[in-house]
Unconditional design. Sequence first.
Length: 310
Amino acid sequence: MDPSISIFGDWGTSRLRLYLRQGKSVLDRRDGPGVSALTTSPEQTFLDLVGDWREAGPSGAILCGMVGSRIGWVEAPYAPCPASAADLRERVLKIEADGLPVSIIPGLSCVNPLGGPDVMRGEETQILGALELDPALKRGRHLLVLPGTHSKWTVVEDGAITGFLTAPVGETFALLRQHSTLAAGLGPDVVGSDAGYAMGLARIGEQGPALLPHLLFETRARQLLNGLSGGDAMGFLSGLLIGADAAAARRWFGELGRVTLIGAPALNTLYGQAISSAGGETAAIDGDSAVLAGLTTLSQTKNSDFHVLA
């Protein structure tokens, strides 16, 4: 066993990303199915993917995301907000896979700004990683947004995650794109255009996020009556959904000011435009870099059998 070598993993609903690390260097990367697309057990899927990596003698694996949910490998109970890196380390769930120690990071729960229950799994690790990549985020109060299938608007205060609010923007777009008349007749290769996206943002700016249900149908009507192309229509739909998310955020978080985005570059760009339209400004952090930094932070605990050397 080599204490400098470890396996990191971000295992979500739709995909799995595994990294073989030595210190802070990535030696290899492999992708696999998300927990909702497994054809074998999570343990067997994991062992099949890391099989030859075992020859390097990794000291263990640390995984975050939906792998720790009720539909994942084993449930890691949520940690309540406010939560710091230390709070999450204390709640790491430890199991074994064919003799390899595996640590599963718990997700977070909170009462969101609307007074309802909310949860996240995986994003907490990216947030803690962002704090390491930009240490200024550890001081004071900051608003962070993690765009994606379930976009998370998150408040961090003095290094602790104090609360968040989820909007299933990506999931809603996918459902409307695949199963509604708004995209009827459009093939799967039709990609939303920048011009259509800007049109959707402008429409939300004119009418406000409360009218989103009514504005959505314009995606169809504009194709039928105004000759809107399929690409512009899908961009328009995306602009409506993301624009409404950003515009509505002001109701709960006040003037947006500076917002830190943590996600894939393309999504960071789209959300950056929407937040700018809503009066804020943004800085972006790559989501993959954030999750690696977060897993590194959460693996460094003196009381754990699994410790990654920096």
